[in-house]
Design a protein around this ligand. Structure first.
Ligand SMILES: *[C@@H]1O[C@H](CO)[C@@H](O)[C@H](O)[C@H]1NC(C)=O
Ligand SMILES: *[C@@H]1O[C@H](CO)[C@@H](O)[C@H](O)[C@H]1NC(C)=O
Length: 364
């Protein structure tokens, strides 16, 4: 009996040692990579802040989002001024641009897909073709659908306007672009667009969570030249970063991620599990990061740093937009753009449209 107890303790100690050794190994590798090449520096604190923006943009109550009072809007980020909230109702897309006082940066966040089922959306990813030449970049191929979600919808013109306004208001501060899943794909096209096509200088940082591949290796290498400050966070067995597939035996012709991946994964067994973060190599397709495991989890896709990244309900492009007509325009197709200037209209001064007053009066 006593011997059995000792055995248990010995096994536990051994497990701790293994876990500790692996952590050391991970730390050591991170250090080596940081010193050996000059990629972007991964900042865990910043990642935990940006993931909250990527989560908030999923909220469907536009009033709460616009006034930054939604349930996901106040955890880590209190002093955020929404400048523009864009909803492309036609294509079921949503994004916002705002000023984050604590970061002294403009933050742009894109919502992920709102299709009927995430399962179906993920399965469709498998078949996405490289079917568009990225304009101005010879041999760079991307997926047309991802490209046009950003480039050929209400999103881009409204967003660029908002960035110009932000620059007038706050000067040339960094622009941090973020998004989860499909929103990460759109954030990538946006970051590249701001770096390459935007008038005037832009210090663009991109951090995405669980994004799919969006282009081929030629595109990936242009991308990392133009948006060097890019972190692509992947989580454990999240399926989406594995899609559309990368074929090792056909590297020039398949999809290829751009760097730099940071892979979050669990180390250890059962109650001894802890979370490790690995900063991956500069190839974009580090075989020892997320590619070292099966991409077979939707659950891992929907949560990063413990934050939920999905809408309250799937399968609807539901918008709750009761009373902000004073701040918005709606185009003929029903797309909505809400704008405000925080210097003249602080949140406290946002007045609700009088129509609502009349409605509630008549209801009473
Ligand atoms: C990481 O980001 C946080 C939040 O922006 C910042 O306060 C901190 O100084 C950064 N750390 C490093 C090492 O850059
Ligand atoms: C942009 O969208 C319009 C209509 O939605 C379509 O006719 C056009 O072909 C699209 N252009 C590109 C480059 O995708």
């Amino acid at each position: 009996m006593e011997r059995f107890q000792w055995l248990k303790i010995a096994v536990l100690l051994w497990l701790f040692t293994i876990a500790g050794a692996r952590e050391l190994q991970v730390k050591h590798m991170e250090l080596q990579i940081k010193q050996s090449d000059h990629g972007p520096v991964y900042n865990h604190t910043l990642a935990k802040i940006l993931v909250e923006y990527a989560s908030a943009v999923y909220m469907s109550d536009l009033t709460e989002l616009f006034t930054w009072t939604c349930s996901r809007c106040d955890d880590m980020i209190r002093e955020f001024e929404v400048l523009e909230l864009i909803v492309d109702v036609q294509h079921c897309l949503q994004a916002f641009v705002g000023y984050a006082k604590d970061l002294n940066a403009v933050v742009i966040a894109f919502r992920g897909t709102q299709e009927h089922s995430i399962q179906n959306w993920v399965e469709d990813l498998f078949w996405k073709q490289l079917d568009l030449n990225y304009p101005g970049m010879p041999d760079a191929m991307v997926h047309h659908g991802f490209y046009s979600a950003y480039h050929n919808t209400t999103i881009r013109p409204c967003l660029l306007n908002a960035v110009r306004r932000a620059k007038r208001l706050y000067g040339d501060i960094p622009i941090m672009v973020t998004g989860h899943s499909m929103g990460g794909a759109m954030a990538s096209f946006c970051a590249l667009d701001l770096s390459v096509n935007f008038d005037g200088p832009c210090e663009v940082q991109l951090m995405t969570f669980g994004q799919p591949r969006i282009g081929n290796s030629v595109f990936a290498s242009y991308f990392s030249q133009h948006v060097p400050n890019t972190i692509r966070v992947t989580h454990a067995h999240d399926m989406v970063p594995h899609l559309p597939p990368y074929y090792t035996y056909f590297p020039q012709k398949t999809y290829h991620h751009f760097p730099r991946e940071v892979w979050i994964y669990n180390v250890g067994l059962e109650s001894l599990v802890y979370v490790a973060e690995k900063i991956c190599d500069a190839s974009g397709e580090d075989p020892s990061c997320s590619r070292s495991v099966m991409g077979n989890s939707i659950t891992d896709h929907l949560s990063y740093y413990g934050i939920q990244l999905q809408a309250e309900t799937w399968g609807s492009c539901r918008i709750v937009n009761s009373n902000l007509n004073n701040y918005g325009v709606k185009d003929l197709r029903g797309n909505i753009v809400l704008s405000r200037d925080p210097t003249t209209t602080p949140y406290s001064a946002i007045v609700l449209n009088s129509e609502i007053g009349i409605q509630s009066a008549s209801a009473v």
